[in-house]
Design a protein around this ligand. Structure first.
Ligand code: AMP
Ligand code: GLY
Length: 423
């Protein structure tokens, strides 16, 4: 079959690497892809949010399965677009319709969904321009720190943790005044949790689900989790502090009520659900849903899945996930993200990358790269994800870190401590 994968990051490189290994995969197209994805299929330079361009490609290349990597086309309704078009309606799309993607597209909606279905999450209230005064009064009596979240998609920047009431009040006014554009015209004020974060993922066909390996993402730019937030500097899977008892509790108190809640609310959901969790004491709490896989979590999760990924997607599309038994490798995966100098602030692009062929025990999943005249150049903030799958957790960390050091470009930076806090 001919498959189209939408997206261009490290997550899509990991999907493409895995799908290209399937016997079911005749031709794989990645749109737009990056400097590495052409090794697994054919890159097509189009914007995944340009649905008419996606349609033209699907028809031209006789695509029979579409996998959507990032959230934006889902929140914008790409799945609905397929269903409403006579020529596309029969083509399965992995990724929810708008009504499901809103779990990520609106933090206010997701908090109400969690409350409605009794899913443990920190307390919160939402405010807009019309009840700003009430919001400011609410902050006066709120515990500190306090978390402010723009309701809509804000490219990962819409969450602020405020240490003082004054700061929180000023930020609430700035957010409602347009600091994050329309994404911030509604703001969720949430209780701050103290605990340790991890990510759990399911693939669901709306009725059945499979739980994928859990992962932990390292979000801060600096060693020891210091400095600015990034899209993610590395990941590990499995997560040593998430034992089976804890994961069972996640399934009972968070996953099952979510799947049942979607059904009760008549939201027919096909695709990934990413549960952003905190372990507070022994108990899981959820702080967010995403309607896609995480990046760089995917780079550690996918190599541990032994099943044929295309078959998994086909079972999802035909609501047969109950027939699937997931085989998860007992090995450990670690991913170290190599980023451009200056990231997550201003950074330079167009730097020539060398040494990718020198890595010994890892896979190099390209993220922000571009192939230009046989040379790989940097083309984004997060440039390459180096993933190592090894018998032990410690070996995986060591090999991924050692291999990240073998790749070079001007200004390159990576965290040398990914996962070692848990080893
Ligand atoms: P998000 O964009 O929702 O993933 O949030 C970004 C980061 O903010 C999360 O990864 C957490 O580290 C932090 N965060 C979000 N909500 C809370 C909360 N209620 N308590 C503590 N930290 C939070
Ligand atoms: N790594 C976090 C995310 O993908 O949102």
């Amino acid at each position: 079959m001919n498959i189209l994968l939408l997206g261009s990051g490290g997550r899509e490189s990991a999907f493409a690497w895995k799908m290209s290994q399937s016997e079911q995969c005749t031709n794989l197209f990645i749109a737009p892809g990056n400097g590495g994805t052409a090794a697994y299929g054919k890159n097509i330079n189009l914007n995944p949010n340009d649905f008419e361009a996606v349609k033209a490609l699907v028809i031209k290349e006789e695509i029979t399965l579409v996998v959507v990597g990032p959230e934006e086309p889902l929140v914008n309704g790409i799945h609905d677009f397929f269903l409403s078009d006579a020529a596309l309606a029969g083509i399965p799309v992995i990724g929810p319709k708008k009504e499901g993607a809103i779990l990520e597209g609106s933090k206010d909606f997701s908090k109400e969904f969690m409350a409605r279905h009794g899913i443990p999450t920190p307390g919160s209230r939402s405010f807009n321009g019309e009840n700003l005064q009430e919001g400011l009064a609410y902050l006066e009596n709120h515990s500190l720190p306090v978390v402010l979240k723009a309701d809509g998609l804000a490219a990962g920047k819409g969450v602020l943790i405020c240490q003082t009431t004054e700061e929180a009040k000023a930020e609430l006014q700035l957010m409602l005044g347009g600091k994050f554009g329309t994404a911030g015209s509604l703001v969720v004020i949430e209780e701050y949790l103290t605990g340790i974060e991890l990510s759990v993922f399911v693939l669901t066909d709306g009725d059945n689900y499979v739980i994928l390996p859990e992962a932990k993402d390292y979000k801060k730019i600096g060693v020891g989790d210091s400095g600015l937030n990034t899209g993610g500097m590395g990941s590990v899977s499995p997560v040593p502090f998430a034992d089976q008892k804890f994961l069972d509790e996640v399934e009972q108190s968070i996953i099952i009520p979510t799947i049942n809640g979607l059904k009760k609310d008549n939201i027919d959901y096909t695709g990934f659900i990413f549960f952003g969790l905190f372990k507070v004491g022994d108990k899981p709490m959820i702080i967010e849903y995403n309607c896609r896989m995480g990046d760089p979590e995917t780079e550690s999760v996918i190599p541990r899945i032994e099943n044929d990924l295309v078959e998994l997607f086909m079972a999802t599309a035909s609501k047969r996930l109950n027939e699937v038994k997931l085989n998860i490798s007992s090995k450990s995966a670690a991913t170290v993200m190599i980023v451009a100098g200056g990231y997550p602030g201003e950074y330079q692009k167009g730097k020539t990358i060398t040494g990718i062929d020198n890595i010994r025990k890892s896979l190099a999943f390209h993220a922000g790269t571009l192939a230009e005249g046989g040379v790989i150049k940097s083309n984004g903030g997060r440039v390459l994800a180096v993933t190592s799958l090894q018998d032990t957790f410690f070996e995986a960390l060591q090999s991924a870190t050692a291999d990240a050091a073998r790749i070079y470009f001007d200004g390159k930076y990576f965290r040398e401590d990914i996962g070692f806090d848990l080893a």
